[in-house]
Design a protein around this ligand. Structure first.
Ligand code: COA
Length: 353
């Protein structure tokens, strides 16, 4: 195939899409769902050698939500959050052309949750994509949606983050540094093409460092270490998630700062012009560190980890949905969302609402 032909074909194939570089994507609605069951630090004190004081001092968490067996799954919570986001956006669900579903705790090892949501929401046979970027999964998903909208391929995209993590942590002393941090829940947004200039997703910034993969990871079920699960692996805890908490903390504070700065600089904004920062709710100490580093007034940083714990891919959409409902996200709000987590991966998005 010569270059002229290839170029010609490319031009023709793009003709069917509305390729228009002035396309912007906007977040037009958000919703969230958290399970009813509230688990306090005092509840965890009964299950392992921990204290409310230790958990609050090291993480800022007072309580979290746990899924209800037989009722909640990662896909079903994502579906409920999606319904609320669709209602908030005021669209017909049949306008959605792509589902992007971010989770590290899917209903099944395969297939992913995107198709389960497609079924549960009774959507037509649209595209469904799962994103596996853990705590950064939602911003990675938002960025994927943004690219599809900007090329003109899709007009309306649903982005979901949902997690059922209480099912795979162990309530034991050996797993207490992880068990106390994580919670369950789901958040979703609807993104749609807009031709309004300087509005919507201004830029997204995605990063990874796989040399840190084993510093925060869940080795099984996987194929790298052993191909079959054995009784010994259950007994020795190797099926559980592993986290080098101190290292994660050190990298998180640096990477959060870098990707927030990049998002602002890329769009010629200063930190003082930012109206609201929604950091991934990893740990209140990490969020407080960033707040101090940027000298941001506390009211410009949204935190809800105190009541939900770290909900991984769900944390930012839950926070966005709550912030919007509380009137802290309005038309024209300059919003930065930033995340860091397992991979390591980290990401930011700057949005003019
Ligand atoms: N309750 C009571 N004590 C606990 C505990 C718990 N739930 N978990 C750990 N400890 C103990 C440790 O065993 C250790 O005891 P020792 O000194 O007798 O050995 C002590 O507390 C200090 O442990 P350490 O791991 O050094 O604490 P820390 O100050 O680093 O805090 C984290 C631990 C996990 C809270 C902290 O490292 C952190 O927040 N890291 C980032 C985690 C994160 O954000 N993960 C998600 C990424 S998206």
């Amino acid at each position: 195939m010569n270059r002229t032909t290839a170029g010609g074909e490319l031009t023709n194939s793009f003709k069917k899409y509305k390729l228009n570089m002035s396309n912007q994507s906007r977040i037009i609605g958000a919703g969230h769902y958290v399970p009813e069951k509230v688990v306090t630090n005092q509840d965890l004190e009964k299950l392992m050698n921990t204290t409310d004081e230790w958990i609050v001092e090291r993480t800022g968490i007072h309580q979290r939500r746990y899924f209800e067996e037989g009722k909640d799954t990662t896909a079903s919570m994502g579906t409920e959050a999606a319904k609320r986001a669709i209602q908030h956006a005021g669209i017909d669900k049949n306008e959605i052309e792509l589902i992007v579903f971010a989770t590290l705790s899917p209903d099944y090892y395969f297939p992913g949750c995107g198709v389960l949501l497609q079924k549960e929401l009774e959507l037509p046979h649209i595209a469904a994509l799962d994103v596996r970027n853990q705590c950064s999964g939602f911003i990675y998903g938002l960025s994927v949606a943004d690219q599809f909208i900007k090329t003109g391929m899709y007009k309306t995209v649903l982005v979901v983050g949902s997690e059922t993590q209480s099912n795979f942590v162990e309530y034991s002393d050996r797993h207490r540094h992880i068990a106390v941090i994580f919670g369950d829940g789901a958040g979703a947004i609807v993104m749609q093409r807009s031709e309004e200039k300087n509005k919507g997703i201004l830029s997204t910034h995605l990063y990874s460092d796989g040399s840190m993969a084993e510093e925060l990871f869940c080795p099984h079920p996987g194929t790298r270490l052993k191909t079959r699960i054995t009784h010994e692996m259950i007994d020795d805890g190797s099926l559980l998630a592993h986290m080098n908490g101190n290292l994660v903390f050190k990298h998180a504070v640096t990477r959060f700062e870098e990707c927030i700065t990049t998002a602002l600089e890329k769009n010629n904004y200063t930190i003082n012009e930012l109206d609201l920062l929604i950091p991934h709710q990893a740990n209140l100490r990490i969020a407080d560190f960033i707040t101090r580093k940027f000298k941001l007034p506390v009211e410009k940083v949204f935190n809800n980890i105190q009541k939900y714990g770290n909900t991984t891919a769900a944390s930012i959409p839950i926070a966005l949905s709550e912030a919007w409902a509380e009137g802290r996200v309005k038309e024209n709000t300059l919003l930065c969302m930033a995340a860091f987590g397992s991979g390591f991966t980290w990401a930011s998005a700057l949005v003019r609402m």
